[in-house]
Design a binder for this molecule. Structure first.
Ligand SMILES: *Cc1c(COP(=O)(O)O)cnc(C)c1O
Length: 399
């Protein structure tokens, strides 16, 4: 049997320019974002300006995590206790967690065969729930038909918050992911597309939303120190009405992130180069189904998903176990028990009136997921693909 030996959780080093800048910040002692010299723009402020420019939006707030950005996005959008918020049933735990943190109630929408949100179920639940808010996860980097999404949002007057934790650097039909919705949230957590350990961004075109987000993030009335922000008069009332939920980014993290943002597009190409190799290798087995990616979807494949149609839960568990024995770390999204980053919607038992979503369960029951760290070479990816195919084919042959 072929086997693989590198770690699936090994990131690349922080670029030297980031390390140098981080050391500079530490030498200065001015780590807090508002601890700047007169007229100095700190690393956090510069990062916000650069991220807003990268995305092509006027306003950006850097904050402590992606999940924090999601929570603040809902608060800044005016979500009230008890409001319903549409969201993907196939997503990661910070999404329903952020909705819960706002006192709102998630309305879970099915996943479709292409691993995107099911647009028919979205349409139906937008109508039946009367929800005014929609938190859309581009889960594992799969981007749903954004023209249809925007059409649904318009017809149902949904305020759209995009969860771009897996689509930083991605586009749909030439428009950057995160610029479709009213607000977008990004993560700079270690396993995302830029890495400061923890960190997040909130971007928007709405001046009032950004003013509220800045106040929530804990600006201590220093909102005029933000440059990817609306003018000071926007805060005239908002500063009195908006509670401080401290969750700022600091200059050390920002210093580490700035050079990574410069590299982002090149890194995205490297991810996709690896993805295409894996896709080709996995495509060699008729037991494995890798979804066709639409031409409009300019994705960033920092992970790969595939299905084993017709296979049972026991078979899926066996594939995961046997691949692990050969050094390949797969995650199964169909398990009834939440473990290691994956949790099925029905394990979020704090959600009142949990629906049954048999279509989502059926799709997740054969869905496997694998990270593609950039420390893997293209040859590594070829070998990993061969290992997976060998394991799956041999299990099939031996019953
Ligand atoms: C990672 C992630 C988040 C939140 O990011 P953190 O920075 O870890 O809080 C939100 N949504 C999805 C889909 C994610 O994978």
């Amino acid at each position: 049997m072929k086997s693989f030996s590198k770690s699936f959780t090994q990131q690349e080093a922080i670029p030297e320019a980031g390390i140098d800048a981080a050391i500079e910040v530490m030498r200065s002692g001015r780590l807090h974002r508002y601890n700047t010299l007169p007229d100095e723009k700190g690393e956090t402020d510069l990062l916000e300006i650069e991220f807003a420019t990268y995305l092509g939006v006027p306003y950006c707030l850097a904050c402590s995590s992606g999940g924090y950005a999601l929570h603040v996005a809902m608060q800044a959008a005016g979500v009230q206790r008890g409001d319903q918020v549409l969201c993907n049933a196939f997503t990661l735990a910070p999404v329903p967690g952020a909705i819960h943190n706002s006192g709102a109630v998630p309305v879970l929408v099915d996943v479709a065969e292409d691993y995107c949100i099911d647009l028919n179920d979205l349409e139906a639940k937008a109508a039946s729930s009367g929800a005014r808010f929609f938190m859309l996860s581009h889960m594992r980097g799969h981007i749903a038909d954004m023209e249809r999404i925007m059409d649904i949002c318009q017809r149902h007057q949904l305020f759209l918050i995009e969860d771009c934790a897996h689509t930083m650097g991605a586009s749909w039909n030439g428009t950057k992911s995160g610029t479709f919705g009213d607000i977008a949230c990004f993560s700079a957590q270690t396993y995302k597309h830029i890495n400061s350990g923890e960190g997040g961004f909130l971007t928007t075109r709405h001046a009032d939303v950004m003013a509220r987000a800045i106040m929530h993030s804990g600006s201590y009335m220093l909102f005029d120190r933000h440059h990817a922000a609306p003018p000071a008069e926007t805060f005239d009332q908002i500063r009195y009405e908006t509670p401080n939920y401290s969750g700022r980014m600091d200059n050390l993290r920002a210093a580490i992130l700035r050079p990574q943002l410069v590299d982002l597009d090149r890194q995205c190409q490297r991810w996709n180069e690896r993805y295409r190799i894996l896709e080709t290798e996995l495509g060699k087995s008729s037991l494995i189904q890798v979804p066709e990616r639409p031409d409009a979807e300019e994705f960033v494949a920092s992970s790969i998903q595939f299905s084993l149609p017709g296979q049972s839960a026991e078979q899926l568990q066996q594939v995961v176990r046997r691949c692990a024995d050969q050094g390949v770390a797969l995650k199964w999204f169909g398990g009834a028990e939440p473990e290691g980053y994956t949790s099925r919607y029905d394990s979020w038992r704090y959600i009142a009136d949990m629906p049954q979503l048999p279509r989502t369960e059926a799709i997740l029951s054969t869905l496997l997921d694998m990270r593609i760290p950039l420390t893997f070479t293209t040859d590594d990816c070829r070998l990993i693909g061969e290992v997976i195919v060998e394991v799956i084919e041999s299990l099939q042959k031996n019953g």
